[in-house]
Design a binder for this molecule. Sequence first.
Ligand SMILES: Cc1cc2nc3c(=O)[nH]c(=O)nc-3n(C[C@H](O)[C@H](O)[C@H](O)COP(=O)(O)O)c2cc1C
Length: 148
Amino acid sequence: MARIYIPVGSVTGTALAVAQAVSQQLETEGHQTRVDENAAVEQLQDWDVVLVCTSTTGRGDVPGNLLPFYQQLQQAEALTGKPFGVISLGDSSYDFTFCGAGERIEQQLLALQAVQLVPRVTIDATETATPDDDALFWLKEWSARLSG
Ligand SMILES: Cc1cc2nc3c(=O)[nH]c(=O)nc-3n(C[C@H](O)[C@H](O)[C@H](O)COP(=O)(O)O)c2cc1C
């Protein structure tokens, strides 16, 4: 069983609710989790796995509460081999910046040589009224990789 750190970026609470649903499911599977709305990169050393759950704000920007984490990642030492996943919320009417925050964080984690278990999921507010269910569907594959 894994210890999973879940940094959250959320403006109006949707991504936070998704993170809480995902956390609950992972705990049901026997993992230990921590949802952190004020995430810090120094926490990563205490956790086996990182699962970022973030919406996008502005024009492809990382929400303010996750910005310190994103900025710390840009200065961080390598995270070689650290397993990660990204759940990315957005709205496809923002054409060029759709789910941009999740993409930025994914790119930064890949640059630090962390290992993406499965491709990032994008959850489009124009397409779904049940973002939690969409995330939980994706989580099945992600958590299968975790155990395997
Ligand atoms: C002011 C504002 C700017 C946004 N900018 C983007 C954007 O650039 N790209 C995108 O994909 N979604 C954008 N969104 C959509 C949100 O990411 C989406 O509605 C998300 O589900 C909100 O989640 P939250 O409640 O956790 O913040 C924006 C929403 C608002 C209100």
